[in-house]
Design a protein around this ligand. Sequence first.
Ligand code: BTN
Length: 255
Amino acid sequence: MEPVFSLRTAIMGQQLVELDRVDSTNKHAAELLSLSKLRHGAVILAHEQTAGRGQRGRSWRSSAGLDLTFSLVVRPTGLRAEDQFLLSKLAALAVHDVVRDRVSGDVRIKWPNDILIERAKVAGILIQNELAGERINWSIIGIGLNVNSTDLEADLGATSLSLSTGLVHDRNAVLQDLCQRFEERWQRWEGGDTGWSTSYTDRLWSRGRWAAATLDDNPLMIRPMDVDERGRLIVELEQGQVSAFGLDRLRFAPR
Ligand code: BTN
């Protein structure tokens, strides 16, 4: 399908594949990649996603024509697989900043890459990497952002831009802004500038405050402090020691 609008970016979203309906934009992006049909920066955007994929095998629900569900496909030349958290940071910061500029509540990144307004999730990110040896060849960055949904189930602890502001938001403008912000930091990273990276720490949910979590399935309280270069969360434990844990061991407790 021909795009109905184009983005004012140099790279991100310049190839725009706009679909009325698809099962999952991440899945569709992987299929197009396997056919060598995508360029660096391609965006696969669906107005309706029927089998959206979430983290840890969960599903991602969105409302047809109301929310944003898309995948950004990038080629992070030279990025080692062990440094893949950089992609999470870039995506989470772009989504964070776009949301922050539209709502009045406190917007935070809940490690590793959920975006919250106050305590409610407004966006989620699912990244699928294709490796070539020890490097990342292609990365599919799937972003689900609740824009104009209003019938979100309260028990999911979710919100939308609309619920949070009482306004209807222009999805094209949000996508445009998001691609632009991602592109800005991407270009800084490519140029060797890592100064932007601490912004992730500044925006970290519950930083310096005690939060309920589980470590190896055992409940405990943690005080998030930072993330390390591998994307592990650095936390203070109740006994005072400071340690870094990955998602394989540490989870925030559900709200
Ligand atoms: C999460 O569980 O928080 C991650 C949700 C990611 C959802 C997005 S929607 C666009 C892209 N396509 C998918 O199937 N999933 C991601």
